[in-house]
Structure formats: structure tokens, C-alpha cells
Ligand binder design. Sequence first.
Ligand SMILES: Cc1cc2nc3c(=O)[nH]c(=O)nc-3n(C[C@H](O)[C@H](O)[C@H](O)COP(=O)(O)O)c2cc1C
Length: 178
Amino acid sequence: MKSKQTKAMSFLQLAAERCSTRSFRTDPIPDEVIGRILEAGRLAPSAKNLQPWHFTLVQTPAMLEKVHACYSRNWFHTAPAILIVSGRYENAWVRPADSYNSLETDLAITLDHMILAAAEEGVGTCWIGAFDLQVLKNALGMDEKEEIFAFTPLGYPTKDFTPVPKNRKSLSEMTTYR
Ligand SMILES: Cc1cc2nc3c(=O)[nH]c(=O)nc-3n(C[C@H](O)[C@H](O)[C@H](O)COP(=O)(O)O)c2cc1C
């Protein structure tokens, strides 16, 4: 992934180039870039269009330090911003047939939209799922009912950052044509 993206990529190119970034420069991301990333999340689809999400963008040094406590990796602590997507089960769609609640799906879709938008902007991201939920909720002052399944740091990759080559099963292993 280039550090400053100027030319629009095809979607497949974007999907191929998006990768987990685990080496961030500390310089801030311009507001207009952040704005476009958030806009991609706003436009995401959700069950019954309920949009049961809230975006928290952490950028102040004091809040960054608090949030760092939920995931103690040095590379995570250099990113200038952290984007957290949260929501409540009571605000998401429930499938009548079996009471499946779409909150986790809806939150994953909007975060993925923003992660892909960030990749198009040359901004590095990394899905983080292995965090301490309670520490994060306490840091953000969120109540028990607010759910967080994943978040991402946002930042430009360092010059020496090299993506791990894509390692995926073949299409034939994951697809059935019938
Ligand atoms: C739901 C989810 C949770 C993840 N949690 C973490 C995590 O806690 N820490 C981490 O370094 N990477 C995490 N990842 C990143 C994956 O390891 C990564 O996406 C995968 O190895 C494929 O690599 P790529 O993103 O570079 O294509 C997570 C990814 C997903 C989708």
C-alpha cells in the first residue's frame, strides 16, 4: 500500500492492496481524509437500514494513552488515531424467525467500509479483535450495553513497512457452484 494514494484504484486492486498495517508513522491524518473515511462508514448498509453504530475517533494524547491500555502492542501505540465502532443490540434488527440480532454484522460492515476507504487514502489500518473489552469501555466511559467487536488504529505506514504477502485459501476451496 502506497503512503499517499493519488489515483483511484479498481475495487479488486484495493482489496488486494489492503493489508494489516502494524508499523505506523506518528504524524496526524488530515481532517479531510478522516472525513472521507468516516463518510464511507456512514454510507454502509445495515439490516433494515437501522444504522445501529456509533463511531468514536480517538486522537487526543490523553485519550490515546487510555485506550492503549486495552491492547498492549508497541506498534499500536504509535498510530495517531484509533477508530472504534460501537453499538447496542437494542438498536439493531432482529430476525423474527430465529431472533438473530444483526448488530455484529452491521458493525463489521461499516468498519470494513472505513478500512477499505482508508486503504484508498493510503492510510494504514489493522482490525483489532484481541483487546480487553472492559478496559476499552472504561477508557471511553461507555456503559455496559454498548458493544464493541473490533476497532482499528489509523495512521500512515512507516517507510520500511512491508505488508505480509496475502495468504489465502484458493477460490475452489471456498466456493460451491451448483
Ligand atoms: C475480526 C478480526 C480480528 C482481528 N484481530 C486482530 C488483532 O487483534 N491483532 C492483529 O494484529 N490483527 C488482527 N486481525 C488482523 C488479521 O490477522 C489479518 O486481517 C489477517 O491475518 C489477514 O492479513 P491482512 O489483513 O494483511 O490481509 C484481525 C482481523 C479480523 C478480521
